[in-house]
Design a binder for this molecule. Structure first.
Ligand code: HEC
Length: 122
């Protein structure tokens, strides 16, 4: 009697562990998929808006510089898409540049980086 209660309890624990593993797979797969994600037109429009409004609030509405430095292509010559995207996602905690990883995916940060390097932000 005692034995069967114990083994039921440990079966339950096994089941719980399996559920936890399944849950973390379900959460991780979409996060991994977002690395190669293609952005919808409406998300691009949102991001273009974010670039002007939110980034522009510190970097100047035309991104020529303000509290933060100019983000015009000629100022960013030393950067590539990956390093710019990394800067956007993690920010610089010692200066006033916030990290955007809570709001933007890797693909979205790379999109913004590309826009900055192309300089066609309007
Ligand atoms: C709260 C103000 C603020 C906001 C909002 C902000 N930045 Fe910044 N950003 C800064 C400051 C200040 C620096 C300079 C940090 C340093 O000197 O390392 C900076 C630096 C940068 C740099 C490095 C430029 C260089 O030449 O060193 C990039 C790229 C950048 N920001 C992109 C962005 C983007 C893209 C956004 C919007 C998603 C954004 N920033 C939003 C304040 C801000």
């Amino acid at each position: 009697m005692m034995h069967s209660v114990m083994s039921r309890a440990s079966n339950w624990r096994l089941l719980n562990n399996a559920a936890a593993v399944l849950l973390s797979v379900a959460v991780l797969i979409p996060a991994m998929a977002s690395a190669g994600e293609t952005l919808s037109d409406s998300r691009r429009t949102d991001l273009n808006h974010l670039l002007r409004q939110d980034c522009g609030s510190c970097h100047g509405m035309t991104l020529k510089g303000g509290l933060g430095p100019s983000l015009l292509p000629e100022q960013l010559a030393a950067w590539d898409v990956e390093s710019l995207a990394a800067m956007i996602l993690s920010g610089n905690p010692e200066k006033a540049m916030p990290g955007w990883s809570g709001l933007l995916s890797d693909a979205e940060a790379r999109y913004l980086a590309q826009r900055l390097l192309e300089g066609d932000v309007q």
